[in-house]
Design a protein around this ligand. Structure first.
Ligand code: URA
Ligand code: SF4
Length: 231
């Protein structure tokens, strides 16, 4: 896909253009001062490497989402990525294939990434707030995102991204630990344990609310500018 096709895909037409090529630089990874483990399970997860993490998620029964999943979906991408995108939870196709954002939302997410010269797996890691599919495409409950949090916390610690992007409300609330309205929280730089964090809409929401795609584009430009400033 070339940029014009990508912007068309996003419903943005030809007026939006990136003015400069992205600057590629890798500095030292930000130290993620994730809070001390509080129980045995959290402590165990906090000490895991990638293989153990994958197995632990596959075997996890810590919340009721384990009951209807076909498989847990840990995440995908570059484990040394500067960019970490955090979605909500697997949908039907993700549950089937074991990879995040491979359905309709994923198509739009890939287009959004391409619009700022990013590519799945290339300096980008994609994860979700919950690793198992909520039935009937409902949003995960706070108790479920809380039960799943140690896994995401460990992923962040292992990856040490320079910038975290949350897609939609559950991810924003999980990481910011407060009630979040996307329209209010977007456009500002937040912080997760010393790592800059940007809140934006979930691609599935954008597919239903086309006018907000222009705002999503603003958010993409803000992300890109933020990463450039981080060097
Ligand atoms: N929506 C999400 O939030 N995550 C996925 O992996 C797929 C759709
Ligand atoms: Fe475990 Fe997370 Fe799946 Fe719940 S959603 S069963 S906490 S892996």
């Amino acid at each position: 896909m070339n940029r014009e096709q990508i912007l068309k895909e996003m419903g943005l037409g030809p007026i939006w253009k990136l003015r400069q090529p992205p600057k590629k630089q890798k500095g030292t990874a930000t130290e993620a001062a994730i809070s001390a483990p509080v129980d045995a399970r959290t402590a165990a997860i906090a000490a895991m490497g990638w293989d153990e993490l994958k197995q632990a998620v596959a075997d996890c029964t810590a919340c009721e989402l384990c009951q209807k999943r076909k498989q847990a979906v840990l995440g995908i991408g570059d484990v040394a990525a500067d960019w970490l995108f955090v979605g909500e939870g697997p949908g039907a196709e993700e549950d089937e294939r074991g990879e995040p954002f491979v359905g309709q939302s994923g198509k739009l997410l890939d287009a959004m990434l391409a619009a700022i010269d990013l590519k799945r797996g290339n300096d980008v890691y994609i994860a979700n707030s919950v690793k198992c599919r909520p039935p009937d495409n409902r949003a995960p409950e706070p108790a479920e995102t809380a039960a799943c949090w140690p896994f995401l916390a460990r992923q962040i610690e292992l990856i040490q991204p320079k910038l975290i992007i949350t897609l939609g409300k559950p991810a924003a609330q999980t990481l910011l630990q407060q009630e979040v309205t996307i329209s209010r929280a977007r456009g500002q730089l937040h912080d997760f344990a010393g790592i800059p964090l940007i809140v934006t809409y979930h691609p599935a929401y954008l597919l239903r609310n086309l006018p907000d795609k222009a705002k999503a584009w603003e958010d993409l430009c803000f992300m890109r500018k933020t990463m450039q400033d981080l060097g």
